[in-house]
Design a protein around this ligand. Structure first.
Ligand code: AMP
Length: 116
C-alpha cells in the first residue's frame, strides 16, 4: 500500500487548494510552483503511486485525465497555440510526488523542454 501524499489531501479538500475540475475519477488544480504561464496538474482521485503501478482497471481514469486536459486547455485558451502533457515516473523521470499526475503546460512556446 502506497503512502498518501499531499495530493490526497487536496483531492479531499483538507488542504483548501482551488480546484479547476473535479469528478468521480480525477481532480485538477494549478501547480504551486508554475514553470510556465499555464501549469496545471491533473490527478487521479485514487492513489496510484507511479505509472508502474497502473492496472487495466485504471484505463478509464487515465483516459479521463486526457479528456480533462483537453477541456482545461480550451478553458485556459491555450488549445490552439498548443501545449504539452507530461507524466514523470520515478527518480530518473523526475517524479517528486508519488501520486501520479499529468502536467498540463502551455501559454508560451515550450521549446525542447524535457522535464518539469
Ligand atoms: P513531479 O516532479 O512530476 O512529481 O511534479 C510534482 C509537482 O507537484 C511539482 O511541479 C510541484 O510544484 C507540484 N506540487 C507540489 N506540492 C503541491 C501543492 N501543494 N499544490 C500544487 N502543486 C504542488
Amino acid at each position: 500500500m502506497s503512502e498518501e501524499t499531499i495530493f490526497s489531501k487536496i483531492i479531499r479538500q483538507e488542504i483548501p487548494t482551488p480546484l479547476l475540475y473535479q469528478d468521480e475519477l480525477v481532480t485538477a488544480f494549478r501547480d504551486i510552483s508554475p514553470r510556465v504561464d499555464s501549469h496545471i496538474l491533473i490527478v487521479p482521485n485514487k492513489l496510484i503511486a507511479t505509472i508502474n503501478d497502473v492496472t487495466n482497471e485504471d484505463e478509464l481514469t487515465l483516459g479521463r485525465m486526457i479528456t480533462v486536459a483537453k477541456k482545461l486547455a480550451k478553458e485556459e485558451g491555450i488549445d490552439e497555440n498548443g501545449y504539452r502533457l507530461i507524466i514523470n515516473c520515478n527518480s530518473d523521470g523526475g517524479q517528486e510526488v508519488y501520486h501520479i499526475h499529468m502536467h498540463l503546460l502551455g501559454g508560451q512556446p515550450l521549446g525542447p523542454m524535457l522535464c518539469v
